[in-house]
Design a protein around this ligand. Structure first.
Ligand code: AMP
Ligand code: GLY
Length: 423
């Protein structure tokens, strides 16, 4: 089969490496891919949001199956356009991708179908939002309705911060149209868990759970980033909690989307918070998480391409989706300064003896050399028989990857390890 993967980050590199293991995959294209992905797929200089060009390319190359990984093309209707051109895809159509594309849609869906989430109010007028904040409980959480590169959420610890966030979204339009409508919601506390799931719109199969580390600095300090590291499985997510989530969140969400005429097929990502009052949905993503994918897929014990096709064909119930009973850790190596200003163009070298994977996110090839070209440069991943071993191996691998200006967190997985000493 000829496969096309839309996207060009570490997540896409992890998907491509897993797909390559499938005997069904003969040829893999990445649009646009990156300098590191070029080792594993043919990269084509078409951006992930250039839907018309993506469709033209897929038709001209007679692509048998497409995987659309990032949020933007999914929300923009890439799957709809490819399907209309006769190309089967992994990923939701636009009318289902809205579960990530509009926070107001997802909050209203959860309210209508009784899916546990934070209490909230929707505002389309700045004045009403500011009035509400006069006596709203603090801390509070302000969310832009639309996609905002993962930056559209402000946790306001004071009333002033909340007011500033509303003004910057609704008055200064820092997120453009994405912030012209907002959600203000209850501040929840508890451990966070990411659960990615496969679904064909009827069956939902959760993948191994994981934990992201969103802040730039050790101890969860510093600015929010796209994610500085991940571990899987997430030890806070016990079998008992998984059962509750299946009953109260996962199945109800799939059923709700069907009831709305918005059947979701693809990877549905549940961002959960385990509160004292039970698990609640913090956010849905309509796609694989980044960098969760980098720890989840190495633990998948099976043919990813077959599972994806089963999601497309509605035959997921027939698949035996298994995960290894090991643990994985991904440490993101970034350019110093990220998520603020940083410089790039430094050569990336890898020593021999790396026991794991290096998934490249921000790099380009120049004269046969791999050069840094992004904030998050790559993710170094290791698998171990338990979480502690996976973490140690991942950090040993980090010592074998070199580029000037490299920055990484030293404490990926430590919050998860604390569970073991608590018990
Ligand atoms: P997002 O950018 O949507 O992934 O959200 C960023 C982060 O904001 C989440 O991972 C949570 O840590 C935090 N967050 C979002 N909503 C809430 C909430 N209602 N209460 C507490 N923290 C939240
Ligand atoms: N790691 C969170 C996300 O992909 O949105």
């Amino acid at each position: 089969m000829k496969i096309m993967v839309v996207g060009g980050g570490g997540r896409e590199h992890a998907i491509i490496k897993k797909i390559k293991e499938s005997p069904l995959a003969d040829k893999i294209y990445a649009l646009p891919g990156n300098g590191g992905i070029a080792e594993d797929a043919e990269c084509v200089a078409i951006g992930a949001k250039e839907i018309d060009k993506i469709v033209d390319f897929a038709v001209s190359k007679k692509i048998d199956y497409a995987i659309v990984a990032p949020d933007d093309p999914l929300v923009l209707g890439a799957v709809d356009a490819l399907n209309e051109a006769g190309i089967p895809c992994f990923g939701p159509r636009a009318n289902a991708a809205i579960i990530e594309g509009s926070k107001i849609f997802s909050k209203n869906l959860m309210k209508k179908y009784g899916i546990p989430t934070a209490q909230y109010e929707v505002f389309t007028e700045k004045e009403a939002a500011l009035k509400y904040l006069e006596d709203a409980p603090i801390p509070t959480v302000i969310k832009a309705d639309g996609l905002a590169l993962g930056k559209g959420v402000v946790i306001a610890m004071t009333r002033e911060e909340a007011i500033d966030a509303v003004k910057s979204m609704m008055e200064d339009k820092v997120f453009g149209d994405s912030g012209s409508k907002i959600v203000i919601e209850e501040f929840l506390t508890g451990p966070e868990v990411s659960v990615l799931s496969f679904t064909d719109g009827k069956t939902v199969v959760p993948m191994v759970s994981s934990m992201d580390h969103k802040r730039a600095l050790d101890g969860d300090k510093g600015l929010n980033t796209g994610g500085m590291g991940t571990i899987a499985p997430n030890p806070y997510y016990t079998d008992a909690i998984a059962d509750v989530c299946m009953r109260e969140i996962f199945l109800p969400t799939i059923n709700a989307m069907n009831a709305e005429g918005r059947t979701f097929k693809g990877c549905l990502y549940f961002g959960l918070m385990l509160t004292a009052n039970g698990p609640k949905v913090i956010e849905y993503n309509c796609r694989f998480g980044d960098p969760e994918t980098q720890v989840v897929l190495p633990l998948l014990d099976g043919d990813l391409l077959e599972i994806m096709q089963a999601c497309t064909n509605g035959t997921l119930a027939d698949m035996d989706v298994k995960f290894k009973s090991q643990a994985a850790c991904c440490v993101i190596m970034a350019s110093d300064g990220y998520p603020g200003k940083y410089s790039g163009g430094f050569e990336i070298t890898r020593d021999t003896g790396i026991d794991g994977e290096v998934y490249v996110a921000g790099a380009k090839l120049a004269d046969g050399k791999l050069l840094t070209a992004g904030g998050r440069v790559l993710g170094v991943v290791a698998i171990g028989d338990n979480l502690g071993k996976a973490i140690d191996k991942a950090y040993a691998n980090v010592q074998k990857v070199h580029f000037d200006n490299a920055f990484f967190r030293k404490d990926i997985g430590q919050k998860a390890m604390a569970v073991f000493s608590e018990n």
